[in-house]
Design a protein around this ligand. Sequence first.
Ligand code: NAD
Length: 479
Amino acid sequence: MTETYRNLIDGNWADGGDLVANINPSDHSDIIGHYSAASVDDVEQAIAAARRAVPVWVATGLEQRKAALDFIGDELIARCEEIGHVIAREEGKTIAEGKGEAFRSGQFFQYYAAECLRQIGEQAASVRPGVDVEVTREPVGVVGVITPWNFPVAVAAWKIAPALAFGNCVVLKPSETVPASAAILADIIHRSGVPAGVFNMVIGKGRDIGNALAGAPDIDAITFTGSVGVGRQIAQNAIQNMARIQLEMGSKNALVVLNDADMDLAVQCAIGGAFFGTGQKCTASSRLVVEQGVHDEFVERMIAAADALVVGHALDEATQIGPVVTERQLQQNLDYLELGKNEGAELATGGDLLKLATKGNFMRPAIFTGTSNAMRINREEIFGPITSIIKVADYDEALAVSNDTDFGLTSGIMTNSLNRVRHFKRHSQSGCVMVNLPTAGTDYHVPFGGRKASSYGPREQGTYAKDFYTIVKTTYIGG
Ligand code: NAD
């Protein structure tokens, strides 16, 4: 018998309807478990439970709130090896990446545990003599959290932790592709001492229950991470009820490599940024914009480095690049490889499917060369181990190409010139700028988010998260 992941509603584990298999992308014969699909009725019950719990959680002492968040954070960290293994088995990232994700998720909860005790308002003198002004923050209420599969625990953690810390109640709708990771997180939160209904989880497909959550009249705020198309739909649903919206979506991040860059570091950052996590990161380097003086050397070294990467079963310690998450995503990658070739790009290496000991979604990391920024492979998010090299004449063209995109999550520059760094930092139209670092990899105590179609609404993470998870109240006291 495999494990069944159930829904958590009002402090109880509840069966849904159909049982849906959770398949290991490294080994299609490995059924990890089944999730019990929640219905729209389950979603409504979860929202009602969260609504009832709002006054309870608001009245819960700050130290008790902090203790619950500390419990969750400590357990995630203590069990990071085991949880990392589950993440690797169901999502396909390597064990090291899975462990790192579980550990980082624990750090989010620990960080926001401390934030519980830092909720201090402001006082101002009024323009009217004899009047005092106070500015305080209150919880928003019931927050719907909708998460993707690529960081199954971390994205949920960076939303749930601040939501709870600032006094909100939560209904989580994790990606149905990664129910085992979600079930572990929900179980830890369930045992953390939060009152019944403060945290609820419903598992199921977006079109079945995600829509219902986003469009529910009794939801106060929706925070979503996923694709742009779904983000747009969620926003349309949520705005009918004037719910707050926070959307973190797709990307087409550029890493600029200038003639004066440290070439070892540039190749290392480009390989890590483009391919680690099987290229399935919103911060992945999908466009490598290279100045002509180092272009040929960079291409040669990138091909050699990509070819040396070990693609394999995610649970094999030697693996550097795990499988693509689903067969559907793999097919999408193959379609983009075809498209790129038809558009005139050269597939310099990779893209071939690997037959290994187990049947899985294994694809060699692919590099396109001879590409232009106008090609669809450089304009649309691919979300796989595929990157494109774009040759440019000089820094000005590199900056222009980097900014010429519908997205704006992260951007990076590899250079030893302080002037270029300062100029790029000022003029790059992205939410996060990386200097001599991969475009992927961010800290948790500072804001995270993008511009244009990559993000909508207030920033996530750090203290900035409070702008989404709290409502400001201004009080005037006279007499
Ligand atoms: P997705 O948009 O397909 O799904 C995300 C979540 O939305 C899932 O839980 C899904 O079930 C749900 N959903 C789907 N349709 C829905 C609907 N109509 N109404 C409500 N919910 C619905 O994305 P994905 O394939 O899970 O993840 C990959 C995407 O996530 C990529 O575009 C990637 O860039 C993005 N992402 C962005 C960030 C960021 O911070 N910007 C981080 C990680 C992933």
